[in-house]
Design a protein around this ligand. Structure first.
Ligand code: AKG
Length: 406
């Protein structure tokens, strides 16, 4: 029996479909969607499946994300599964994967298990095909080579006064007790070196052949533009292979493409196997809130902002500059007044306007260069500015206590 035999199995969808169709018609006014998706299920109508997916997509983009009715997210996953079945039956595996990924990224949680199992099946089939075509990997190109790193050139791009004042404390072999006593309880940042050498990611992620093999065909959301506070900033969906090509081909004048703050490891299980949640995250109690990827070329900038959670920020490949300001100086950093941006500073560290923001001028800060294998603990509400100095792959672990306060 071949791997494609039997098509894509969707046991959860088969069980939940009547309820989703009922709710999307009753709560969401999705009568046309219900008709189309029913035709896709009963008659195998590929066009109807695609129309249903477009209707759900429109609904997901009809207003701010938080105002989208949750049932439309499950409806979107449902339509994606139907469309994927058709592509799979036609042997179009890249398109099948793309549609399944869109379901994982944009869809609800109800049908996630079917989407994940389908991805696994498609990946297995695609791998079989590669093998039978005798496609062997490339030569394992490096994403980042320290030989090419020109410190003098790169350091010129840092904000003024960088690396001239207080450095973040650096500790190796830091015990959990030491971490809790000297940093977590006091609300102070620290770099913990040499505590992730056992992660498979440390040995694997600097190899573009490996990344392409486990994730190349997957679709991921990326940000294109100087940073999220700029007007020309936009989001795109591209394959991970296309993303890696952009990282590698990037010339310094082009705007960076950044895979930022994305729960990539919920989406791509192979990459999740390469990282481990550090014990430090559980030392003071609390719950993991999210594990996010921050992957990009040299030159990405995350402007000065703060987050409500504890953050252990792991630098896996490449180097980053990080500047930190204590939570206590918030007012002097001129937070934006709009609710959506109130955790971001109006002060652009790459182009500081002393006249507009005089209080920020002489504020004390700490900074550091994060190297491969370093983890930086950022306490809740500490302001941070991050600039990648090379192609860079980092992972953030955000946690907080069950009541939601740090
Ligand atoms: O790496 C970056 O660009 C930003 C990381 C960050 O802001 C975070 O982990 O909270």
């Amino acid at each position: 029996m071949g791997l494609t035999d039997g098509g894509i199995a969707t046991p959860t969808l088969d069980r939940e479909a009547p309820e989703i169709i009922h709710r999307v018609s009753e709560e969401g006014g999705g009568y046309t969607f219900a008709r189309m998706v029913s035709a896709a299920a009963s008659d195998g109508d590929a066009t109807a499946a695609e129309v249903a997916r477009e209707i759900a997509w429109e609904q997901l983009h009809s207003g701010p994300w938080h105002s989208v009715l949750p049932i439309w997210r499950d409806a979107y996953s449902m339509a994606c599964l139907h469309v994927a079945k058709h592509h799979f039956a036609g042997g179009d595996f890249p398109e099948t994967l793309k549609v399944l990924d869109l379901g994982l990224i944009m869809g609800g949680s109800l049908l996630r298990i079917d989407l994940e199992n389908a991805v696994e099946k498609v990946m297995a089939v695609a791998e079989e095909r590669e093998k039978s075509n005798n496609n062997v990997g490339g030569d394992g190109g490096l994403l980042f080579s320290s030989v090419e790193f020109n410190e003098d050139e790169v350091f010129q791009l840092l904000p003024t006064k960088s690396l001239s004042s207080k450095h973040v404390a650096r500790r190796s072999e830091l015990s959990l007790e030491g971490f809790l006593r000297d940093y977590y309880m006091l609300g102070l940042p620290v770099i913990i070196s040499d505590s992730m050498s056992h992660w498979p990611a440390r040995a694997r992620w600097n190899n573009t052949d490996y990344l392409k093999k486990v994730a190349g065909g997957r679709t991921v959301p990326v940000e294109v533009g100087k940073n999220y506070l700029c007007s020309e900033w936009k989001q795109e969906l591209i394959t991970f292979s296309q993303f890696l090509e952009r990282i590698q081909s990037r010339n310094t004048c082009a705007v960076p493409t950044y895979l930022a703050q994305h729960p990539l490891f919920d989406q791509i299980k192979e990459l999740r196997k390469d990282i481990l949640v550090p014990d430090y995250c559980y030392a003071g109690g609390g719950e993991m809130r999210s594990i996010n990827a921050w992957f990009g070329p040299g030159g990405t900038v995350t402007p000065l902002h703060h987050d409500p959670h504890h953050n252990l920020f792991a630098q896996v490949v490449g180097k980053k500059y990080v500047r930190l300001y204590a939570a206590s100086v918030s007012e002097e950093l001129y937070p934006h007044s709009e609710t959506m941006l109130c955790n971001s500073s109006q002060v652009d560290l790459d182009n500081i306007d002393d006249n507009a923001f005089p209080k920020a001028k002489d504020l004390e800060f700490m900074d550091c260069i994060l190297d491969e294998g370093d983890m930086l603990y950022i306490p809740p509400k500490w302001w941070h500015y991050v600039r990648s100095l090379t192609p860079s792959l980092s992972v953030s672990f955000w946690w907080s206590n069950p009541e939601g306060s740090p």
